[in-house]
Each structure stands twice: as C-alpha cells, then as structure tokens.
Design a protein around this ligand. Structure first.
Ligand SMILES: [Zn+2]
Length: 199
C-alpha cells in the first residue's frame, strides 16, 4: 500500500484534461521564466502561495530552501541547457524564497544537531549554518552564494524573497540581479578579486 493511492483519482482527472499539452518550448524554458527555490515544508508550496500552474516554473525544494551545492548544480544545469539549446533565451530568474517559522531552526539545538550529525556522519558545522533563523538574512546570503557560483550562466538573474507563513504574503528582499552586476559591486567582490585589481 502507498499513501499515493487516494491521489490516483486526482491523477486520472488530470490525465483527462489537456493541461499536460501546455508544454514550454523546452523543458527548461518555463512559461513564467522562473526557477523557484524554496523549503520542503508542506505549508510552503509555491503552487499554492504563488498560484504557480503547469509549466510556469522550475521548482527545487530542500530543507530551508537553502542554496546548497546540489541546488547550484541544478541551476547550473538548467542555465547551461538554455545556453546550449536556446542561446537567444529567454533566460530564467532563480527566485530564492525563505520562510518564517522554518523547521530548519530545530537544528539550532546543539544536542539535536549533534545527534543528527552522528546519524549520517554529516558535517556538524554545515548543519549549524543551515537554519533559516532570520529568513531576510539567510535569503540575502543565499542569493549572493548563487550569484557567486561560477557554474551558473552569466545570463540568468537571481532574486531573494521571504514568505510569511502567518500572513501568507511574500516580501522581496533582493531584486533580480545578474551575476555580472553582483561582481561589479565592491561589497560582493572576493578578497582575491581585489588582489587581481591591484595588479
Ligand atoms: Zn522550512
């Protein structure tokens, strides 16, 4: 038995419509030009709080909606495919959305964090960096992390937002920014970049 069984009626209703024929030109050119990154929390479903419909966005979800190496790889792959298969674009915007009351905050508990690290031989320091303690703060960090990743296409943009689970409202924290524009900001330049400029 699978918990999916009660949902198979919904699947058959879906299959009886022509929704699945409203396909973007390529799988990586979503209708709304969006790659949404958000938390796995069942309260934080972008199909609900953003009203996302079929084919409108790529969606990646993990604990906290954090920009991890795996997320960077996914954004890099999608943007690489646009460069390779549709270089004229349109290129997408990666929208990082963190939320209030995130379950990742349970990892702020040192004892719980330690026990979980032991369970999977996980890096305890990396786990300590994971909690979305202040979503406006962590989303800024993650937008910069994605913009700084050399693997992603220079043609995409990255934005940051906070979803409030109490009000249901989304607030934009970082407007859509291109990697090149971020690199031009002195505040975002790495120490190494300053050394290069000095020469
Ligand atoms: Zn969460």
């Amino acid at each position: 038995m699978t918990n999916l069984i009660p949902l198979l009626d919904r699947n058959r209703r879906f299959a009886s419509t022509d929704t699945r024929s409203h396909t973007p030109r390529l799988p990586f050119l979503p209708h709304r030009g969006l790659f949404v990154i958000c938390c796995i929390d069942c309260r934080v479903d972008p199909a609900e709080f953003l009203g996302l419909e079929f084919g409108e966005a790529l969606v990646a979800r993990n604990v906290g909606g954090r920009v991890t190496a795996a997320i960077i790889q996914d954004v890099a792959y999608a943007s690489f495919l646009v460069e390779e298969k549709a270089p004229e674009g349109p290129y997408f915007e990666a929208a990082v959305i963190h939320h209030t009351g995130c379950g990742s905050r349970l990892l702020e508990d040192g004892q719980l964090r330690h026990e979980f690290a032991e369970r999977g031989a996980y890096d305890e320091q990396a786990l300590a960096d994971l909690p979305v303690t202040d979503p406006a703060d962590t989303v800024r960090t993650d937008v910069q992390r994605l913009l700084a990743a050399p693997q992603i296409s220079r043609h995409i943009t990255v934005s940051g937002h906070v979803y409030d689970v109490d009000t249901g409202l989304v607030t934009t924290i970082v407007e859509a920014t291109a990697p090149a524009a971020a690199a031009a900001e002195p505040l975002n330049a790495s120490p190494q970049a300053h050394v290069i400029e000095a020469h």
